[in-house]
Design a protein around this ligand. Structure first.
Ligand code: MN
Length: 252
């Protein structure tokens, strides 16, 4: 398969390098186009007022072409497809992210947004995140994805796919299986810590609070917490069709 690989943790992050190594080893043709630095929580932003440059990243994987780009994950996908490769890849893969992207957090995620961008541009796309705990074993996550890829490819021929995959950070053989899930609620409850700088001025720093109450058993959050790989099919259309029907009353 021909794969365009990106991420939001930056091109030298462990996750993307582990995945690139496994995919190349499995015989896939991989091109990496990824941000030159960490852009986590960049969401779907793109660069419009500055020039973009794509330079050789010289990743240490034989047979791999890699480009570091001074833009966001979505920039990397757009530029990669238009200027770096001259064919339509079989997949855009984004990851493996250092940390989970579950529930409503997909809306902040640069990892997931890169996959969404690929899908919007007509390519089947997959976002992959490791729900990092103590192990931080990106290689085992990459091996799970490598195994799944042929099956996903068969499906993508029938229907273009956009998937958000989260892998628990546990031993390879302790993974209980795969659950096809819905997006749950955010795993973190954001709160701002208030601090005081040396000049006596207040400032605020976002801090996530872990919330494990009322987890829907059909959700991605539940699956990963219970040792399953979570695969959530997602879509771009945010339209609330039901509300259209209700709003129409206004014009009567
Ligand atoms: Mn990230």
């Amino acid at each position: 398969m021909r794969i365009l690989l990106t991420n939001d943790d930056g091109i030298y992050a462990e996750g993307i390098n582990s995945l690139a190594a496994v995919l190349v080893d499995d015989g896939h043709e991989v091109i990496v186009a990824a941000p030159d630095r960490e852009r986590s929580a960049a969401g779907h932003s793109i660069t419009i007022n500055n020039p973009l440059r794509a330079n050789d990243a010289k990743l240490n994987i034989e047979g791999l072409s890699s480009y570091k780009i001074n833009g966001t994950p979505a920039d990397c996908v757009k530029l990669g497809l238009e200027k770096i490769i001259d064919y339509k890849p079989d997949f855009i893969i984004s990851g493996i992210n250092d940390g989970p992207n579950l529930g409503h957090d997909v809306l902040y995620s640069g990892t997931v947004s890169a996959a969404m961008e690929g899908f919007m541009l007509g390519i089947s796309s997959i976002a992959i995140s490791l729900a990092v705990k103590d192990k931080r074993d990106f290689n085992q996550g990459a091996r799970h994805i490598g195994k799944l890829l042929n099956d996903l490819y068969s499906i993508s021929i029938e229907k273009k796919i956009l998937l958000n995959i989260n892998i628990p950070d546990i031993d390879y053989d302790k993974i209980k299986g795969i659950k096809f899930t819905v997006l749950g609620k955010s795993l973190y409850e954001d709160s701002y810590e208030e601090r005081v700088d040396p000049s006596g001025n207040r400032y605020y720093w976002i801090a996530g609070r872990y919330n494990e109450e009322n987890i829907d058993i059909n959700s991605d959050v539940w699956a990963v917490k219970n040792g399953f790989i979570s695969i959530t099919p997602i879509k771009i259309d945010l339209t609330d069709l039901q509300l259209i029907g209700i709003l129409k009353k206004i014009t009567k």
